[in-house]
Design a protein around this ligand. Structure first.
Ligand code: SF4
Length: 307
């Protein structure tokens, strides 16, 4: 396996450093930090006195998350502690020197946890079967245990807006559920609060930021597992929509925050059986109205032709 280093030439390194002072980069940095700040505010993710354990895998998303949280802490009206955490799962070729060196270089408090979950997974799962569900169950247990050890009141994960949308479609296409990834959730035992401060950030902004910051990225395929084929397919579908229909992905993301239970069909969310003449619907009676669909350009198209 080739060593994992930043393969940039000295000239490229100079350009990257210059980049970090360009207006474009500063605008991008501000945009990401503003989006993170908004998500934190909207969902009350972090409060005064919290200890936030930021899970850093060595991928672009978690580096960006840590960077934004550190920047926001400088000017936040509340005081909170940040502890960067990495779990070394002993995957073959994992460069265990990179993250400690990076954390030291930026002066953040950190905890590295080493647990050979790779061998457990290889031992328990037959060759050719998917290993991700056992691997992530083991990882979750270790993360929760570590959070308790360091007294973390929040566990921050690097999932972003596009992860949330991909999950939504995965669940609809294959799980028969309208369900995405929540920006904030509590663990089953009620002991841990998990937050996703990148919930409003796009993957493309994060990728551009990570490139300019020259984060020492660790590849995410060291375990040998392939990215879920269906997730890949959905990612490609969303990317082609983004190219061909400007504004569609933004509208989808907004829809996650605008659910109208009385206009779906879930009896657990809305008492359809009990509807009577006095029931007021969230968006009124539109049963016989043409369904207007806002267009990207602010106009309106009609759902049915001829209207
Ligand atoms: S891709 Fe590899 S490291 Fe990630 S959950 Fe699956 S088995 Fe674990």
């Amino acid at each position: 396996m080739s060593p994992i280093v930043n393969s940039v030439t000295p000239q490229a390194a100079i350009e990257q450093a210059e980049n970090r002072h360009s207006n474009t980069f500063l605008r991008l940095k501000k945009k990401l930090e503003r989006s993170v700040g908004e998500a934190i505010g909207d969902y009350n993710m972090i409060g005064d006195g919290d200890t936030v354990m930021v899970c850093v895998s060595g991928g672009k998303d978690s580096y960006t998350l840590l960077s934004c949280l550190l920047a926001l802490r400088e000017r936040a009206p509340v005081d909170f502690r940040i502890v960067a955490m990495n779990l070394d799962q002993k995957q073959p070729g994992f460069p265990d020197h990179i993250l400690p060196a990076y954390f030291e270089s930026i002066g953040v408090e950190y905890r590295i946890v080493t647990e050979d979950t790779y061998s457990i997974v290889k031992d328990k799962i037959p060759e050719g079967k998917t290993t991700c569900s056992l691997c992530s169950r083991l990882r979750r247990g270790i993360i929760y245990r570590t959070a308790a050890e360091i007294g973390a009141t929040r566990i921050a994960l690097g999932h972003h807006r596009d992860d949330m949308l991909e999950t939504l479609f995965l669940n609809m296409f294959f799980g028969g559920k309208i369900k995405a990834m929540p920006p904030k959730l509590v663990s089953d035992d009620g002991k841990h609060m998990v937050i996703r401060p990148l919930a409003y950030c796009t993957e493309s902004d994060i990728a551009r930021f990570a490139r300019s910051m020259d984060f020492p990225i660790i590849p995410c395929n060291l375990c040998g597992s392939q990215e879920n084929a269906q997730r890949k397919h959905i990612k490609a579908m969303l990317q082609s929509w983004a190219r061909e229909h400007p504004g569609r992905i933004e509208s989808l993301a907004t829809s996650l925050k605008n659910v109208v239970p009385s206009h779906l069909a879930d009896q657990k969310l809305f008492d359809f059986v009990g509807v009577d003449r006095n029931t007021t619907l969230d968006e009124g009676d539109i049963a016989f109205d043409p369904q207007p669909i806002p267009e990207g350009n602010g106009g309106v198209i009609r759902l049915f032709s001829g209207q």
